[in-house]
Unconditional design. Structure first.
Length: 205
């Protein structure tokens, strides 16, 4: 999907999400976006096209957590590229840049959690007293000076995201808030060295 020359259709769903449909000659991509709290969104991404672009506004710094349910996604960052297959998870730090997402199979279904570090809560202990998790520290610890970090399919990740794909419609946002808190708490305890040999990234140089 080219950066221009595509049609965007926006609508609102009964479950409180906003649906964005991007259509061009190569196919379509649909984003179902849930605003969970200030600066934090959860998006179901369904793509039947070969590529998609996202942008950060000037001065923004975002943390994005991707989980691939079906298909394959390849993502370019300023210092390299990574790919995701079913069950894989990646966490990336985006600053003032354009991200290109490529779908080599023209088929992708997954979830993206986006945290705008400028306006999101710095620490989630304000929601649960015993959950002392700071998203930017979790991302920085895992990425370790790079723009992204990949976790290949793990049972504990798959279990958590399987719950996100079947949330009851009448309690969607509440469930997702709990899921995001749980995910960040789990990621805060991941040893980056555990997955480093299985990341399979390519340098951009």
């Amino acid at each position: 999907m080219e950066k221009s020359d595509y049609k965007v259709i926006e609508s609102t769903s009964s479950d409180g999400s906003t649906i964005y449909s991007f259509v061009d000659k190569s196919g379509d991509s649909q984003l179902r976006v849930y605003d969970l709290m200030t600066g934090i969104t959860l998006t179901h991404h369904s793509a039947h096209t070969n590529r998609f672009y996202s942008y950060t506004k000037k001065g923004e710094s975002l943390i994005e957590i991707y989980h691939c349910r079906e298909g394959r996604m390849e993502c370019s960052y300023k210092d390299g590229y990574f790919y995701l297959m079913p069950g894989d998870l990646a966490i990336g730090i985006i600053e003032n840049c354009e991200n290109e997402y490529i779908f080599p199979l023209n088929h992708y279904h997954g979830i993206t959690i986006t945290i705008n570090t400028a306006i999101a809560p710095k620490c989630f202990s304000c929601f649960l007293e015993d959950v002392n998790v700071q998203p930017i520290k979790v991302a920085s610890m895992l990425c370790n000076g790079n723009s992204f970090f990949v976790i290949r399919s793990r049972s504990y990740i798959e279990h958590l995201f399987s719950e996100m794909y079947k949330v009851p419609c009448d309690s969607t946002k509440g469930y997702y808030k709990i899921n995001v808190l749980e995910l960040l708490l789990i990621l805060s305890g991941v040893d980056p060295k555990e997955n480093r040999l299985n990341t399979y990234t390519l340098s951009s140089s």
